[in-house]
Design a protein around this ligand. Structure first.
Ligand SMILES: [Zn+2]
Length: 137
């Protein structure tokens, strides 16, 4: 018997991010005042505190900033995912996204490795953002 995995619950602030993923787009907030890129989604810019944040579609690519390989389940419901590669990916605009790598041999992962987005739709209508090694690398 498998316990259900925890799922994200979109909020009014984060809904545009999830809507983007459902359309296979990575959307990140951008500050109209100080030009900062903002992730995770917030109601105010963490740099200058304005609420003038816009949503921009960015390249669905990045590099591995850091990672770990969970060879034992981090919780019982993730037993089917071990070895699970838990990673922080740096997108081209500089923000960091906590994610997992798929279609990847744990022995091949390296900091700085180029990765591309994988959009993983769920039965609950929420699409998850995963990454895999970029083609040709
Ligand atoms: Zn700002």
């Amino acid at each position: 018997m498998t316990t259900a995995k925890p799922r994200p619950r979109p909020t009014p602030t984060s809904q545009p991010f999830w809507d983007g993923l459902a359309r296979h787009e990575v959307r990140i907030q951008h500050c109209a005042v100080c030009e900062a890129w903002v992730h995770y989604p917030r109601s105010r810019c963490p740099v200058c505190l304005t609420d003038r944040l816009t949503w921009e579609t960015v390249a669905p690519e990045g590099t591995v900033y850091t990672f770990t390989v969970a060879r034992r389940p981090t919780a019982p419901m993730f037993a089917d995912e071990v070895p699970q590669i838990i990673a922080v990916v740096e997108l081209g605009v500089g923000v960091h996204v906590t994610t997992t790598l798929v279609d990847t041999d744990p022995d091949d992962v390296a900091i700085g490795m180029a990765v591309s987005a994988v959009f993983e739709p769920g039965d609950d209508g929420v699409t998850m953002l995963r990454f895999r090694p970029s083609q040709g690398v």
